[in-house]
Design a protein around this ligand. Structure first.
Ligand code: CP
Length: 304
């Protein structure tokens, strides 16, 4: 891979760097951060999977730090679509001739490295596949930011993960949380088990990982109840057990928050929205400030 300042994983960030991004995002949210020297910089979105939050908030963030965006286009407008009319490597080479930074999403985890290897400008991972190698680093930063916004700190919290532990947003959150002194609760349900590589990663970083037999126990014991969603083929089978409702949350701690990267159908009932626990819309909104901080970091590392 080139020595460009790609932003592909949270695993390349230490706690100090994550805290800097969260602090910078806080300053942006208050209008207190100086604009980045991005006056003439261009952001391109290369989304080979649909997105509402990530793509839109990146584009809003680029405009808010003083940059510009190339017009949004669907993947069918790209020749590097599912029909493979054009290779990803050629697409990356061409797109990087038009923009200063590219935000990239793809359904295949492996596509990210191919794209980043052939881009001549920094690539930011906006979600690549699911399972091994899959990550969604800026979602994890939005999650940490929202947790810190609510509790004032991340250390000392108990985070319960409901839903699949192999989804990219959950994997990146687990990796990011390993920088803090947290307790992580996970359900003991075979199809949504943590990947061995993540279990090893957390263990090497001394994270307190506890497997629970019931989602109800997890709801009771968590400060953060994070629903990462279920793969479509498991929703039918496990849906009820992993569907959060206002009634089930009566068992939660008074100050507990419920989060989800969204979209949330099949995971969280709309009756949760009215409870004091719901923080998923705040998290989606925080995406702009957090991505302003990420773009500022990436563009400044490339010389402004
Ligand atoms: N959280 C998230 O990745 O949402 P989108 O798929 O809408 O970008």
């Amino acid at each position: 891979m080139s020595d460009l300042c790609h932003f592909l994983t949270v695993r390349n960030l230490d706690r100090h760097q994550i805290d800097n991004i969260l602090n910078s995002a806080h300053s942006y949210s208050k209008g207190a951060a100086p604009q980045c020297p991005t006056g003439k910089k261009l952001l391109a979105s290369a989304f080979f999977e649909p997105s509402l939050r990530t793509q839109t908030s990146f584009e809003a963030a680029m405009i808010r730090i003083g940059g510009h965006i190339l017009g949004a286009r669907s993947t069918s407008g790209s020749r590097a679509n599912a029909s493979h009319e054009e290779s990803l490597s050629d697409s990356a080479r061409v797109m990087s001739g038009y923009a200063d930074v590219i935000v990239f999403r793809h359904g295949s985890a492996a596509a990210l490295k191919v794209y980043a290897d052939h881009s001549e400008v920094p690539v930011i991972n906006a979600g690549n596949g699911n399972g091994s190698e899959a990550e969604h680093p800026t979602q994890a930063l939005c999650d940490l930011y929202t947790i810190k916004q609510h509790f004032g700190q991340i250390d000392g919290l108990t985070v319960g993960i409901v839903g699949s532990l192999q989804k990219r947003a959950v994997r990146s959150l687990l990796h990011a949380l390993s920088n803090y002194k947290v307790r992580i609760l996970i359900p003991n349900t075979a199809p949504i088990r943590i990947l061995l590589e993540d279990e090893v990663y957390l263990s090497e970083r001394d994270v307190d990982l506890i497997v629970l037999d019931s989602v109800e126990d997890l709801i009771k014991a968590s400060d953060v109840i994070y629903h990462g969603g279920l793969a479509a083929d498991w929703q039918q089978q496990l849906g009820e057990e992993f569907f959060l409702t206002a009634d089930r949350l009566k068992g939660a701690r008074a100050g507990a928050i419920v989060m989800h990267p969204m979209p949330r159908p099949g995971s969280i009932s709309t009756d949760v929205d009215k409870t004091i626990h719901a923080k998923y819309f705040d998290c989606a909104k925080n995406g702009v400030a957090v991505r302003m901080a990420v773009l500022g970091r990436v563009l400044q590392a490339e010389g402004g």
